[in-house]
Design a protein around this ligand. Structure first.
Ligand SMILES: [Zn+2]
Ligand SMILES: [Zn+2]
Length: 327
């Protein structure tokens, strides 16, 4: 099969490689469309420190090519998407419903070969059927949207709450729409004009852009979703949070940074991390089908497998939100 292989840090080569063989409890999927995620960049630039070569990519839609002998409920030819983090299922966290933070979880496209290839094999319990009425270019957003749905389970705004989306990239723009659909009054903060205009288009009532002074927004927001990952973000959102405010952190800044902890105490703020998802895929698929969350404006470009290396090596333009990969 044809695959994009990360052979060394900063180098993806498209080559013919062996088809994965489908184990007894696994499903072989013919990939049709993929999506590029921030973590693909992290891997490409060598910041995951995992053994190479590996086929990257974890966001995908495709059709079932073959199923293992023990697989039930999934048949060849079905359109499916993949939940790409495989938890151990045995540890105390897994058995109490927190498989997302399982210390032994396997990340598709990082720890094991991913979706930027003609075929990928996946444990059957991580394969979700996609309704025929949901187009590929929408269904491919199921994975990132599940991250947003999980953040809403961690902390959802009440109708009328002042919500701040800090960072209007793909994750911010998905969470923004989820918050708007719950009746919150949403403000979006970003530096890029393109992202701010998308935020407006997708329901933000106010914009905090590069020219807006944060001073006027101090102690304002009831719920804040930090998706930017920039080093100063947590310091800023703590200042912008209203007394008793809740801050949900979806980003991984990669390093520790100082925060104004006195302010956290004086305002009795709650800060919670939100990592990927547990069982949110069916809900995300339902939301995509309902049209409550729009993905069309977020799909800002497409590349082919052979264009991946150049794309990943190029400057990460703020004009791009989600780039899809044609297999
Ligand atoms: Zn992703
Ligand atoms: Zn586990």
């Amino acid at each position: 099969m044809k695959a994009a292989i990360l052979t060394e840090v900063g180098k993806i080569v498209v080559a013919d490689t062996n088809m994965p063989s489908c184990g007894r409890d696994e499903v072989l999927i013919r990939v049709k469309l993929g999506g590029i995620c921030g973590s693909d960049h992290t891997l490409y630039h060598g910041r995951f420190n995992v053994p190479l070569p590996v086929i990257p990519g974890h966001e995908a839609i495709g059709t079932v090519e073959a199923v293992g002998a023990e697989v039930t409920g999934i048949e060849t030819g079905q359109r499916v998407t993949i939940q790409p983090n495989f938890s151990c299922g045995q540890c105390a966290l897994c058995t109490s419903g927190h498989g997302n933070i399982c210390p032994s979880k396997i990340r598709l496209g990082v720890d094991t070969n991913g979706v930027f290839a003609e075929f990928v094999k996946v444990p059957a319990r991580y394969v979700w059927k996609v309704p025929d009425t949901l187009p590929d270019e929408v269904a491919v957003f199921t994975e990132p949207l599940s991250v947003g749905v999980h953040a809403m389970r961690i902390t959802a705004p009440n109708p009328g709450d002042n919500v701040l989306i800090f960072g209007a990239g793909v994750m911010g723009l998905l969470v923004l729409q989820l918050a708007v659909s719950r009746g919150a009054r949403v403000t979006a903060c970003d530096l890029a004009e393109k992202r701010l205009s998308l935020a407006k288009q997708l329901g933000a009532s106010e914009i905090l852009g590069p020219d807006t002074s944060h001073e006027t927004f101090l102690n304002t927001f009831d719920v804040i979703y930090e998706t930017s990952g920039v080093s100063t973000a947590l310091d800023k959102v703590i200042r912008l949070a209203a007394p008793l405010g809740k801050i949900v952190v979806l980003s991984l800044p990669g390093k520790d940074h100082a925060i104004p902890i006195d302010m956290v105490v004086r305002k009795e703020l709650v800060i919670r991390g939100s990592l990927i998802y547990t069982d949110e895929f069916p809900e995300a698929i339902e939301i995509l089908q309902s049209g409550k969350v729009k993905t069309g404006p977020l799909a800002t470009g497409r590349v082919s497998l052979s264009g991946l290396d150049q794309f990943m090596g190029a400057f990460a333009s703020p004009e791009r939100v989600k780039t899809l990969v044609e297999i």
